[in-house]
Design a protein around this ligand. Sequence first.
Ligand SMILES: [Zn+2]
Length: 87
Amino acid sequence: MRAGIHPSYEPRTFHCYGCATEWETRTTMKATASDGKIHLDICSNCHPFFTGKQKLVDKAGRVERFRRKYVKADASKTAEQAEPAKS
Ligand SMILES: [Zn+2]
């Protein structure tokens, strides 16, 4: 084995934010957090492909922000549409 060209292959804990599952395996990946674990948003335990159930993957409240934006847009639209109907 040539020295200095191989990444370090060591045991590491993976943690899934989606379902809070943790498992240990060996990888060349570096830890993504200060706790020494690799954090994932979704894993094979909770991904819709494997579970067969629909799941909303919401990262940092994006769905909530989208809904707020379009509720506001809908409200202003209905107000505009209501005005000409009165006159
Ligand atoms: Zn998961």
